[in-house]
Design a protein around this ligand. Structure first.
Ligand code: SAH
Length: 402
């Protein structure tokens, strides 16, 4: 096993169990590791006579070239093998069982592994009925994909028949990695799952992420409660999650907007699955900003804004905040009196306070009286590792606009 030796004093964050080691913290390797290889990490301790250093084991993790150079898998001196993954996956499943997300008839979709939140940095697994869709966000998880698939099957047993692996878009592009999308187990084409009794198609091959955004499950339920008799505009609808909840909630009309025609086709298919031939729903393949510009003032009294991450990196933060302000301002200017706005940010680098300030600025620019009714976040199957606050990514506000 290759070893990474840290610079003296660069082990503080690891002592607090933060799972990332940046390239600047590493003094040297015993031998240059391959990307995706597991390395053991050693911290430098000054000798008692202060002449030189001793090294002590502190963690093991996946090596990758880049700013985050090692993603820590364990702080205990243990092997990273199938057994290790089985223990981690069993713990992830146990937690989902504890919060009542497993074995339900009416809700067959949940996130089984949420990267650092489940002490498996770089790995995401969503379950749709009997199919798990697995994504590697690090080279190490890609290299370990077959071992993880075996471990997952062992842990989930009969509840799992298919594992679809999909990492073409989540890994840094390197031809020699041989990324490919395909089944590692089974091969079912049953693509219909449920969420709180509503049905939806999951396009795990062509869809974004793992094919559906399971992280909005609870926020969609809340929206349903506020939909009775309302005219609903679902912006950035993707596969229409919020739209079919609004329809079940008794909305007078529901309009879904997404710039992608593919997303609109999926939305129409999902609405049709739940509410065949229901004339209340219409979908538009159009840019959200343009749609907001051309729509009539007061046309909608319940608006959802759930855009893609405007900032993927810290450098893009300022522009992202401007983007959120601009978008929300347009909605504030147009929403009917007594309207309700569900507004979200899923950018990891945008904090709750950042986002609230951006929305506050937008409200003031639009000169509307606004009250915060709810502050929303990611659900329990997207847990945040307490030592990794960066894992908190989804934030939302429900606002009453006078
Ligand atoms: N609300 C969705 C998830 C939204 S994901 C859900 O509950 O599942 C973000 C979506 O925004 C994507 O589908 C993407 O196609 C769309 N999008 C990105 N830029 C856009 C733009 N400028 N106008 C409209 N839609 C856009």
């Amino acid at each position: 096993m290759k070893q990474a030796f840290l610079k003296f004093g660069k082990d503080d964050s690891l002592r607090r169990y933060h799972p990332w080691i940046f390239s600047g913290a590493i003094h040297h390797f015993s031998k240059q590791p391959e990307e995706g290889e597991v390395v053991e990490v050693y911290a430098a301790k000054q000798k008692e006579d202060r002449k030189g250093f001793d090294f002590e084991y502190i963690a093991s993790g996946h090596f990758q070239i880049g700013s985050i150079m090692i993603r820590v898998l364990t702080f205990e001196h243990e092997d990273i093998d199938q057994d290790f993954y089985e223990r981690r996956l069993a713990s992830a499943l146990q937690m989902r069982k504890a919060v009542g997300l497993v074995g339900r008839e009416d809700s067959t979709s949940f996130r089984m592994v949420h990267g650092e939140g489940d002490n498996l940095p770089g790995l995401v697994i969503d379950v749709y009925k009997k199919t798990a869709v697995m994504q590697a966000h690090s080279v190490g998880m890609h290299v370990d994909r077959f071992v993880i698939a075996k471990a997952l099957k062992n842990v989930m047993g009969e509840d799992l028949e298919n594992i679809f692996y999909k990492s073409e878009t989540t890994l840094p592009f390197k031809a020699e990695l041989g990324q490919e999308n395909g089944f590692l187990l089974g091969g079912s084409t049953d693509d219909i799952a449920t969420e709180n009794g509503l049905k939806f198609h999951v396009d795990w091959l062509r869809g974004q992420k793992t094919g559906f955004f399971v992280d909005q499950r609870e926020n969609r339920s809340l929206l349903q409660k506020y939909s009775q008799g309302r005219k609903v505009l679902n912006m950035f609808c993707y596969t229409g999650g919020f739209s079919f909840y609004a329809m079940r909630g008794g909305a007078e009309l529901v309009h879904s907007v997404d710039s992608s025609q593919k997303a609109i086709d999926l939305t129409n298919a999902n609405v049709e699955l739940n509410f065949p031939n229901d004339p209340r729903h219409k979908a538009y393949a159009e840019d959200a900003f343009k749609f907001l510009d051309r729509m009539e003032k007061g046309a909608y009294d319940l608006i959802i804004l759930d855009p893609p991450a405007f900032a993927k990196h810290k450098d893009a933060l300022r522009n992202a905040l401007k983007g959120y302000s601009r978008l929300n301002q347009k909605a504030f200017e147009k929403i009917a009196k007594g309207g309700i706005l569900f507004t979200f940010s899923c950018s990891q680098v945008v904090t709750k306070d950042n986002f609230r300030t951006a929305v506050f600025t937008a409200a003031a620019q639009a000169r509307r009286k606004v009250r915060i009714l709810h502050q929303l976040h990611q659900p329990a199957d997207h847990p945040i590792n307490i030592y990794h606050p960066e894992g908190e990514y989804l934030k939302g506000l429900v606002l009453y606009v006078e």
